[in-house]
Ligand binder design. Sequence first.
Ligand code: GLA
Length: 369
Amino acid sequence: MLCVRAPGRVNLIGEHTDYNEGYVLPVALSLELRVHASPRSDTHCRVYSELLDEQYEFDLAALPAPDALPRGFIRYVAGVAWALQQHTGRTLTGIEATISSELPIGAGLSSSAALEAAFALLWNTLDNLGLERLVLAQLCQQAEHVYAGVHCGVMDQVAALLSEAGCALFVDTRTLFTQSIALPRDWAIVVADTGVPRTLAESAYNQRRAQCEEAVVALRPLLGEEVRALRDVSPEQGALYLPLLPEPIRQRARHVIGENARVLEFLNALAHADAARVRALMLASHASLRDDYEVSCPELNAMVDACMAAGAIGARLTGAGFGGACVALVEKSHLPEFLAQAERYYRQHARYEPRLIACEAAAGATRCV
Ligand code: GLA
């Protein structure tokens, strides 16, 4: 029997930048899922989710196409098997696996990347594939593209596999350079789930990505062929050239260009534990996601207000948006009052039941101890 754990994540700043080859700063959470698996002597897989009380089976020697599988967790598992087999040219070992999870599904905490990371690590171990974590992360991303149909960036998978405990993970998603960034010890990370299930997330996400690509195509004749992605456009160039673009492409590009710059400033603010700067940057990120990128919703806005009214250092929506959760940074000494006040405020301003959880910054996927 082999047991693997993998964490959920929040992103402190750098939202919708990863598929624009930009910067992100996720943190792996002490909220995690676990997979217990026993190898079989054949290529058959039977996977049971305790949380959903659902079980599915497939065969690694004749992997079903994505559409032949029901939507949901099994697509991620089969997708990871597909990506690993494609990459290695090998047929993996069949398993009897059980998934247990404390990660809410659809809260924007990337339970899907955690699932992918766990199964990637599981087969990497069982079959002695010897693949590095960064390669596993990229294969998990491919699994998501092909088997879940979401053209996501690589942030969530890198966070789920490469994070270090106590740290956020800076990722340059173009070069895949990563660096662990220690978090101030007296700051807690609070996940503030709005209770609003993410809706239209897949189609709206893919549409935002396509709009960013359109912006690049429109900017290239103005700025030169070396502009490969919005990552290559500076805020100064943006100020000059974005007014020439039509809406909504202009707004989308303005968010991405500004957000990339905010990540770099945020690193500096964190290094100095500069709470005022952290607050300003998180709130500017949220406003940009709300107004320019248009991926927020009234409840996410109410939750940011609730967190700020309750004394957070900073707060913003985290992940793709369209429902899900906010992340707040909070002085640890102030946590109990913060949690009570923020919940009260949110209940007065939204119809959904909030769930606020104070988390530690955890390590990426590992074998269970
Ligand atoms: C989802 C995707 C990530 C990233 C975020 C938005 O979580 O999986 O790749 O694009 O949305 O920042």
